[in-house]
Ligand binder design. Sequence first.
Ligand code: COA
Length: 171
Amino acid sequence: MAEQNPRLAIYPGTFDPLTKGHVSLIKRGLRLFDTVVLAVAKSTPKKTCFTLDERVAMARESFPDEPRIIVEPFDGLLIDYVLRRGAGAILRGLRAVSDFEYEFQMALMNRRLSRDVQTVFLMTDYKWMYLSSTIVKEVALHGGNVKGLVPEPVLERLAAKYAAQGETCPD
Ligand code: COA
C-alpha cells in the first residue's frame, strides 16, 4: 500500500466518452490538489460504447501537456484502488439534484469501506449542467454536431465510430 498523499485525488468514472464537463471539473480539481488521476473504470454497471483502451486513450489524448493529470484504468473496488494509489481524496462532480442521491450513496459506502479517504464534490460549471456522455453519444449517433461539447480527440473518435460503416453502441 502506498503512503497516503492528501494532495493526490482520484477522479473516477466511466468516461464513455470524456466530455467538456469532465474536463472542466478536473481542471478545477487541480486548484485544490497537486495531481489528479482520472481513473477510468473497467467494471461499470453500464454497457459501454468505447472499449476500456479507447476510453483511456481518448482521455490521455485530451490532456497531452498536463503532467499533473494522470490517466489510468482501474478494475475492482474503487476504494481499494484509491488506497493502493495512496490518494487522500475521491473527486466527484455534481450536476443537478438528480446526481445527489447516487453520489451520496456512493460517498457513504466508500466512507464505510475506508475512513482514510475523503470524497470531495465540486459543482459542475453551469455551462455543462445538461451534459452527459449518453446525450453526447445519442446526438452524435444521429449525425448531430457535438463540436465544443467534447475534446477534439473525442470528437474524432466519435466520428470514426459512427461514420459510414454505421457502427452503433449498445443501448
Ligand atoms: N460534466 C458532465 N457530465 C458529467 C459530469 C460533469 N462534470 N460528471 C458526471 N457526468 C456524467 C457522465 O458523463 C455520466 O454520463 P452517462 O450516465 O450518460 O454515462 C454520468 O454523469 C455519470 O458519471 P460518471 O462519472 O461516469 O460516473 P459513473 O456513474 O459512470 O461512474 C464509478 C461510477 C465508475 C465511479 C463507480 O461505478 C465505481 O466506483 N465503480 C467501481 C466499483 C465500485 O467500487 N463500486 C462501488 C462504489 S461505492
